[in-house]
Write a protein that binds this ligand. Structure first.
Ligand code: FBP
Length: 404
């Protein structure tokens, strides 16, 4: 077997090769076989970098496409994601200016009963269009859309054209409850392959249509293990875009002068152990006992590491996960007596962020199972999430197991 520098690097850096190179049939609540697990991508190595520009996201993606021709279309999607995130970054930054008139509520309620912010609606529309214009998407699901959306314009709920290869799921403005106060917010995106068998015959009638539409709906209801890519964009002191294509996690910072995202955090590795917890601790009394006891030990410095943990919580998942990736820690929105499935949505919050954290060497669990392996039953399904530094999250998993 001819090994070049790149292959050598890949095998050594990612100990989770097995997890992503095994082909796994996909199960969905409607027991429809859809897509198998994605193949492993080769990550680029940059042995020459221009001092002025650094490695831009565009260069990164074109090198990925050269090394992995079969995902060239995916890199096209990232062009649209990059543009949309830059536009949203500007919108969020300018939103505090009286002239912007983008703060406050839209006066509508989304399917989850949440009052939509004006920026929820604006950013949802912006991202939907940017992705649609690539012609690479068949169907998308968003926090701000009641049902998955067909992108070929005919308003029939779910309609797929043969040519469209991917499915996108996203939360256009995560943490939007904080946006009016200028607190960090973010965009979360997950990309799946879609099932070519899912082509609706435009001449279909009644049940036949609904059967075919159900087939296509299943395309969005895939477990995280089928993700081919995930990314978040954080709108904070800087604008960060962090992504994985299944071979490590990479962070880019927006250089406002260049107008380009520049590679600033290559191959992020989350510290395996930490001393930071990040939960809405107002819910602590309603948490499961294993989690309550583990967090209490951490606060007293009586956990496995013996470290006395401190607390950090922004209340925007993207902000809290970004800090956790770089500093280590355990972020979560666990289930509790009031909300057994917590608050975060599996499809466009839990799964994509778990993929990014796992590819950085962390873990993501409900306490009882790996978030990435859960098959969504419905688009806006919620899931308990506890993610972060491997040794600390493992301590929570062990506590739940011991309580079984
Ligand atoms: P949305 O803003 O996209 O609905 O996301 C939910 C969220 O804001 C997360 O970003 C955050 O982690 C959590 O809810 C905060 O919830 P709470 O205010 O209950 O602590």
């Amino acid at each position: 077997m001819k090994l070049n520098l790149l292959t050598v690097l890949l095998v050594s850096s990612t100990s989770t090769v097995s997890a992503f190179s095994v082909s796994r049939p996909f199960r969905s609540s409607t027991a429809l076989h859809v897509a198998s697990a994605p193949q492993k991508t080769k990550a680029p190595v940059f042995d020459e970098v221009c001092e002025t520009t650094g490695v831009t996201l565009k260069r990164f993606m074109s090198e990925v496409a050269m090394l992995n021709p079969d995902i060239t279309e995916l890199t096209v999607l990232f062009g649209a994601i990059e543009t949309a995130c830059k536009a949203i970054s500007n919108l969020v930054k300018r939103s505090q200016l009286p002239s912007s008139e983008t703060l406050g509520y839209q006066g509508e309620v989304n399917v989850q009963g949440e009052d939509q912010k004006k920026l929820d609606v604006i950013t949802n529309d912006l991202l939907k269009r940017a992705l649609r214009f690539t012609g690479r998407l068949g169907v998308l699901a968003s926090e701000e859309e009641d049902v998955p959306v067909d992108l070929s314009g005919a308003n029939k709920g779910v309609l797929i054209d043969e040519g469209e290869r991917y499915v996108a799921v996203f939360d256009p403005l995560d943490g939007s409850s904080n946006v009016d106060a200028g607190i960090p917010t973010g965009t979360i995106i997950g990309i799946y392959e879609h099932d070519e068998n899912c082509a609706i015959d435009p001449n279909c009638v009644d049940e036949d249509c609904s059967e075919q539409e159900a087939q296509c709906l299943a395309n969005t209801l895939q477990p995280g293990t089928n993700l081919v890519a995930a990314a978040y964009c954080l709108y904070s002191s800087s604008t960060f875009l962090v992504l994985t294509l299944g071979s490590g996690t990479y962070g880019f910072t927006l250089d406002e002068n260049l107008g380009e995202f520049v590679l600033s955090h290559p191959d992020i590795k989350i510290p395996e152990e930490s001393s930071i917890i990040s939960f809405n601790e107002a819910n602590t009394p309603n948490w499961d006992t294993p989690l309550q006891e583990t967090v209490a030990k951490w606060k007293a410095g009586k956990g496995k590491s013996g470290k006395k943990f401190s607390s950090r919580y922004i209340g925007s998942m993207v902000g809290d996960v970004h800090r956790t990736l770089l500093y280590g820690g355990v972020f979560g929105y666990p289930g509790d007596k009031k909300n057994p499935n917590g608050k975060l949505r599996l499809l466009y919050e839990g799964a994509p962020m778990s993929f990014i954290v796992e590819q950085a060497g962390g873990l993501s669990t409900t306490g009882k199972e790996r978030v990435m392996e859960i098959s969504p039953e419905v688009v806006h399904q919620r899931v308990p999430v506890i993610m972060g530094s491997k040794n600390d999250v493992q301590e929570v998993i062990d506590a739940y197991a011991a309580a079984q």
